[in-house]
Every structure is written in structure tokens, then in C-alpha cells.
Write a protein of this length. Structure first.
Length: 381
């Protein structure tokens, strides 16, 4: 790489958000390079494991609804443009005790944005979906128009879109340092090469804090476990079982019906183990809780799905201290844009975040209100 090669934009971390941003930028005919420490889609970050939920009535906060609705539209457009299977409308059922704050916010979001949301009690849940076992007095919120994003297909679709539109993809290349460059804007150093760009977008997931040490980002990489269990097809295929999440007095689980014969998939969205992302490996079963926590949820809420373990995996969450995203310009260098801290609920926004980041890079701001994601919120507390 010679100094004469200067890109308009360099993207560091071509995973969920970075690959989408690269695709949007490439379609704007700007000179873009995407650099990733691995070869996306891969098993080392936060996007593997085949599937992610997309919900519109958003229990994490109604302020997310406008963005998730746009994300849904963009995912469906990506599917049409590329031919990859991206979205499957399984419906999503959330359930828990009647005093669940998460479900209360889900209902408030649906009301504010006039989203279709069916309210059920425990008896009605069990009658409609016999694969569930829930207390009669539980509350259920069912979104019939929501469902599943096929995460690795989505990454691959954006990858091909970016490259076909002229973006350069550099894989298996870890960025070691990012410096301001008076002549060109930003200098990106790897072990074997130096890249120059007018602006840089850092979407490095669990590695964001290491690449931006001066910001003291309030994020914590966290190891999570997911698994697929053998389950009766009469109860747990998409034709007779929805995607789901459970909120039960602090314990939070999520999962998917048996898609393509892989088994019922379940994970726990709270808990996990803080980790240095450089030490993360595919070591499902290292902790007893990897399988134990998931079986406990199955035994309680889906006992017929508590069958043979088909497969287990680990992945990384990057939790911000308030569980909201962090998307901003570097406070001392507006040629540096970063997005991190997606806190285990970010993948569904990958499409719209790609659009947001491309707008920030090209126009200096996004058409969407992302002020709630500002780094400044941590400075004023």
C-alpha cells in the first residue's frame, strides 16, 4: 500500500454495522476500503449463529421504533436486491409476569406508533402454542409482523453488494493504530500496511475500546452462550411456534423455532462473562451455565423442547453501561466516526445503522435523530 492510495472512507471492522456501511458508501460511488481482523461472516464476533430477532414494538425503549421500522424496510430491500434469504416472518411472542417493565414499554411503544400487537394471558398463549408452558397469569405480547433476520446471510449480502459496487475489502488484517494525518485526514496502521483516508468509521464491536483508548468508552465485551436443542416438529417448527423472548424478574431469554431442522435455538440476553475479546474462543460448555441456564429456561417454559443438545456456540456482546448504543463523531476529531456498545440488541439495526453511518460520513450528519446515542450523555451524568 503506497501513500498515493488515499480512500475517501476507511471502515475498521466489517461486521454487522461496518459491512452495511461499506455497502451504502460503495453505492454512493465513493472510494471505500473495509478492513477486518477476520473474514466476515465469521464466528469471532457478534453476528454468527444464523439468526437474530427483529421486533418493532421495542421494549428497550420506544425511541428505537423509527429506526427499527426503517431497518425492517432495508432488510427486505436487501433480500430482493441480492436473492439471499434475509427475513422470515415467524411472529415474535414476548411473555413474562404482568408487572414486567419490559413488556409495559413494549405495549407503550406499540400504542405510540400504532403497531399491531396482540395482548394475551398465559392460558391463551398455551392454547395457541402448546409448545409453551407458562403461568396462567403471565402476560404475552405477540407481534405477527416481526420475526427472524438470517444474520450471516445478511452480512454476506452486504459484503457482495459492497464489493460489486467497488469497495475494497481487506480481510484477516487487524488494525493496530489509528492516527490523524495532516495531509490526508486519517492514517490506519496494520502490521503489514498503512491505509490513508479522508475519514474513518470504526465499527469494531468488542474491540472498539482498544482502538479508541483515549475515549474511555463505557463498554464491556461479554461472552454469551447460545444453543440448539432437539425438539418435536409437531410443536416447534415455524408453522406452529413463533420466535420468542421471556422476561422473568431479571432473567431474560430469547429464541427461535426449529428452522431448517437445526433444533430450537435459545440464548440468555442477561448474564454472561466479561472477557477480553482477544481471548474469546468457541468453547461452549466451558462453564456449566452455558448449557445449564438454557436448559433451566426450557424446563420451565418449553419442557418438550428440552431434548438432546444439537449444537452450542459462544458469541460476544459489547454492553454499554446503560445498554443503549453509542454512535458519534470523535469529540476531538470529526474525521473519526464510531459506533459501538450495541448491547446484545443491535443486529436488527444493522441495515439502518449502515445507512446512518454512511450519511454521517458523507454529509456530516444523519437524517435520523440519533442524539440519544451520543457519547456526551456519559459526560453529563
Amino acid at each position: 500500500m503506497t501513500k498515493e492510495t488515499v480512500y475517501d472512507f476507511a471502515i475498521i471492522g466489517a461486521g454487522t454495522m461496518g459491512m452495511a456501511a461499506g455497502a451504502f458508501l460503495a453505492q454512493k460511488n465513493v472510494h471505500t476500503v473495509m478492513i477486518d481482523a477476520f473474514d466476515p461472516p465469521h464466528i469471532n464476533g457478534s453476528h454468527h449463529g444464523d439468526t437474530r430477532l427483529i421486533r418493532h414494538a421495542y421494549g428497550e425503549g420506544r425511541q428505537y421504533v423509527t429506526l427499527v421500522k426503517r431497518a425492517q424496510q432495508l432488510w427486505e430491500e436487501l433480500e430482493k436486491q441480492t436473492g439471499y434469504k434475509i427475513f422470515e416472518k415467524t411472529g415474535v411472542l414476548g411473555f413474562g409476569p404482568g408487572d414486567s417493565l419490559f413488556l409495559a414499554e413494549t405495549m407503550a411503544a406499540a400504542k405510540k406508533y400504532d403497531l399491531p400487537l396482540e395482548i394475551l394471558n398465559g392460558l391463551e398463549i398455551k392454547e395457541r402454542w402448546p409448545g409453551f408452558s407458562v403461568p396462567d397469569d403471565f402476560l404475552g405480547c405477540f407481534e405477527s409482523q416481526s420475526g427472524v433476520i438470517y444474520s450471516e446471510n445478511a452480512i454476506q449480502a452486504y459484503k457482495e453488494t459492497a464489493v460489486e459496487n467497488g469497495a475494497t475489502l481487506v480481510t484477516n488484517t487487524a488494525v493496530q493504530h489509528i492516527d490523524a494525518d495532516d495531509e490526508h485526514g486519517v492514517k490506519v496502521l496494520t502490521e503489514d500496511a498503512t491505509f490513508y483516508a479522508k475519514k474513518v468509521i470504526i465499527t469494531a464491536g468488542a474491540w472498539a475500546a482498544k482502538l479508541l483508548p483515549d475515549l474511555n468508552l463505557p463498554i464491556q465485551p461479554t461472552r454469551k452462550a447460545i444453543a440448539w436443542f432437539e425438539a418435536p416438529s409437531t410443536l416447534y417448527t415455524p408453522a406452529n411456534f413463533p420466535s420468542f423472548y421471556v422476561e422473568d424478574h431479571g432473567k431474560k431469554y430469547y429464541g427461535f423455532p426449529d428452522l431448517n431442522g437445526a433444533g430450537l435455538k435459545i440464548g440468555r440476553s442477561d448474564g454472561g462473562y466479561p472477557i477480553d475479546p482477544d481471548l474469546h474462543t468457541q468453547n461452549f460448555g466451558y462453564h456449566e451455565t452455558d448449557e445449564g441456564d438454557l436448559r433451566a429456561a426450557l424446563e420451565t417454559y418449553m419442557p418438550d423442547a428440552n431434548g438432546k443438545l444439537n449444537q452450542g456456540k459462544t458469541c460476544l456482546y459489547t454492553l454499554s453501561s446503560d445498554n443503549d448504543f453509542i454512535v458519534d463523531f470523535h469529540p476531538e476529531n470529526n474525521k473519526v466516526i464510531f459506533a459501538c456498545g450495541f448491547s446484545g440488541h443491535g443486529f436488527k439495526f444493522g441495515s439502518v445503522m449502515g445507512e446512518v453511518l454512511s450519511q454521517m460520513a458523507v454529509a456530516g450528519q444523519s437524517q435520523y435523530d440519533i442524539s440519544i446515542f451520543s457519547l456526551e450523555r456519559f459526560r453529563t451524568k
